[in-house]
Design a protein around this ligand. Structure first.
Ligand code: NAD
Length: 256
């Protein structure tokens, strides 16, 4: 166990599995009290139990980030239980739909509600608590889809992830005076249940061959980057995006 986040309280949304779970574990291992917030209450409870059994202080909270009422309850519960809120990682995200011309209005709305409005809902509830405590850190999980397009997901996913980067920058500008730093992390393709749902093993193998570092990302690659962006090691960094993609956005790897 480390101590870089000792005494801090961190909410991670979508933390029951995948990238969010690994980020929450990393923050907890560095001493933060962790709120495992997820729409899947049973999975969140299991994750929090597993964290507790490895010595991390963790509480599961059922929360649909697309609901402002849930976001409000999430922040209230965190402050009630731990006395403060220092770190918010907006990680919850979904993908719905296929080609642009086939995306239904419902799919469009669902993805915007979770991926973009969810970041707004949780952040707007968290910021006043952080401001009162003289500062905080918000980390938004965008994607390399927010820098170009999604190769696995649809256009609504791409648009939502561009939105997250724009929102990150503007929040960083507006919240700097309260000592709140806001940054975005842009993962490249990462082996999680989300990607397993969206791709076949053959497609995953083809993608891997194009990645300069010759492998898919693992959730721990993002946990390391997230720890940096929410710790004091990045105390002069706000409004930026950190790309963690094995070089994929440099271009396609060619055999030589
Ligand atoms: P995942 O599907 O494995 O896990 C997502 C978690 O979010 C699940 O536990 C799910 O229950 C929860 N969730 C879904 N809707 C929610 C809601 N409305 N409220 C609260 N929780 C909700 O996904 P992942 O691959 O770990 O992705 C995590 C984040 O990283 C997402 O924002 C995703 O867009 C982003 N991302 C993933 C990849 C990738 O390749 N896996 C690449 C770039 C960005």
């Amino acid at each position: 166990m480390g101590s870089r986040l000792a005494g801090r309280t961190a909410i991670v949304t979508g933390a029951a599995q995948g990238i969010g779970r690994r980020i929450a574990e990393e923050l907890g291992t560095e001493g933060a009290d962790v709120i495992v917030a997820d729409i899947d209450a049973a999975a969140a409870a299991d994750t929090a139990d597993e964290f507790e059994s490895s010595g991390i202080t963790a509480t599961a909270v059922e929360c649909d980030v697309s609901s402002m009422a849930d976001a409000e309850r999430l922040v209230e519960r965190t402050v009630e239980e731990f006395g403060s809120l220092d770190i918010l990682v907006n990680n919850a995200g979904i993908s719905r739909g296929e080609r642009f011309q086939d995306i239904t209005p419902e799919e469009w709305q669902q993805v915007m509600d979770v991926n973009l409005n969810g970041v707004y809902n949780c952040s707007v509830q968290a910021a006043p608590e952080m401001a009162e405590a003289d500062g905080g850190r918000i980390l938004n999980i965008s994607s390399i889809a927010g820098q170009n397009i999604s190769y696995e997901g649809p256009a609504n996913y791409t648009a939502s992830k561009w939105g997250v980067i724009g929102l990150t920058k503007h929040m960083a500008w507006d919240l700097a005076e309260y000592g709140i730093r806001v940054n975005a992390l842009c993962p490249g393709g990462t082996l999680t249940p989300l990607i397993e749902e969206l791709t076949t093993p053959e497609e995953r193998s083809e993608t891997r061959e194009k990645i300069p570092l010759d492998r898919w990302a693992e959730p721990e690659d993002h946990a390391d980057a997230a720890l940096f962006l929410v710790s004091d090691r990045s105390s002069y960094i706000t409004g930026t995006t950190l790309t963690v993609d094995g070089g994929l956005t440099l271009g396609i790897r060619h055999e030589v």
